[in-house]
Design a protein around this ligand. Structure first.
Ligand SMILES: C[S@@+](CC[C@H](N)C(=O)[O-])C[C@H]1O[C@@H](n2cnc3c(N)ncnc32)[C@H](O)[C@@H]1O
Length: 291
């Protein structure tokens, strides 16, 4: 593990939040996990890390998410950067899910906080979290086991997951897109479209693009390499481009936004849903009679 002085906690937030974060507990947590074995267990050697991911020091952490420091400090910091409260913000996504999904995929799941909430809300569903960082997955798995929440975690790239097409009723991504170049976000949306069943729901919870555009200093504070590009974009437009319909984005307090969209049903199923199958086919309709 790199020296703790290289973490975001030490570099930036420590002076502000040091009185709120239990450093001894973090060290105890670090020592209670066999990181080497965990990383080996989760690493899929076929996963190729995209350039933006390997070369960016997200949050000022050396090696970005491919480090134990990132996995350890992520939760203690995140609880303070989602006003008015982390659980409230994450719940906005969970509560927006319509119906009772059977299979849910959480892309860029990180330490699995939303993944666990999804399983708690839909105990009958199979819930999977996918992330590019084996270290984040080790942390996610540790937390899920400790909480006795049955979810699975998988090492993978959300741009090309290798999972079967149309396998999920709900696909979601929480706090992922402000961490990726917009071109990557668009590729992930295309992959989410592929993974959803027709009629399935996509949910994206992330930074509020309008707020971030209006308060540029926030983009500096968060030490996110792609957040300015993200804030200049428009998730609604990206969703439309990926082929989604019923696209809707709402503010979640002032710093976040939640987007919901659906993968369209094939035309024939739409017709059935609207009762069109009960109507005579055009070739069975009586021909207009001459006057
Ligand atoms: C800010 S964290 C969000 C984690 C989690 N979703 C949450 O809400 O706390 C962003 C996560 O996205 C992951 N990530 C970034 N690019 C990814 C990609 N192309 N495929 C899968 N995961 C990715 C990172 O490893 C990191 O864990």
């Amino acid at each position: 593990m790199a020296t703790p002085s290289k973490t975001l906690f030490e570099q930036f937030l420590a002076p502000i939040f040091s009185h709120l974060i239990d450093r001894d507990a973090l060290v105890r947590l670090r020592d209670s996990i066999d990181w080497e074995a965990g990383v080996a267990e989760f690493t899929n050697p076929q996963v190729i890390y995209p350039n933006y991911y390997k070369t960016s020091n997200f949050h000022g952490v050396k090696n970005g998410y491919l480090s134990t420091d990132a996995a350890l400090t992520y939760d203690p910091i995140t609880q303070y950067v989602l006003p008015p409260g982390e659980t409230w913000v994450r719940e906005s996504l969970v509560k927006a899910i319509q119906g009772v999904p059977r299979r849910i995929l959480d892309l860029g799941c990180g330490t699995g906080t939303t993944t666990q909430m999804l399983k708690r809300r839909f105990p009958g569903a199979e819930v999977m979290g996918l992330d590019l960082s084996p270290q984040m997955l080790v942390m996610a798995d540790h937390k899920a086991r400790a909480a006795a929440v049955e979810v699975t975690f998988r090492h993978g790239n959300a741009m090309a997951t290798g999972l079967a097409a149309a396998a999920f009723d709900v696909v979601c991504a929480t706090l992922l897109f402000h961490e990726t170049p917009p071109a990557v976000a668009k590729t992930i949306l295309a992959e989410a479209f592929r993974l959803l069943t027709p009629g399935g729901q996509l949910l994206v919870l992330d930074g509020n693009q309008r707020t971030l555009r209006a308060t540029d200093w926030l983009n500096t504070v968060f030490e996110e390499p792609f957040i300015r590009d993200y804030s200049q974009g428009n998730v609604d437009a990206w969703l439309g481009y990926a082929g989604f319909e019923a696209v809707r984005t709402e503010d979640v307090f002032w710093l976040n936004q939640l987007s919901s969209a659906r993968k369209p049903l094939p035309l024939v199923e739409r017709g059935a849903a609207a009762g069109v199958e009960d109507r005579p086919a055009p070739d069975q309709l009586p021909l207009p009679q001459p006057a």
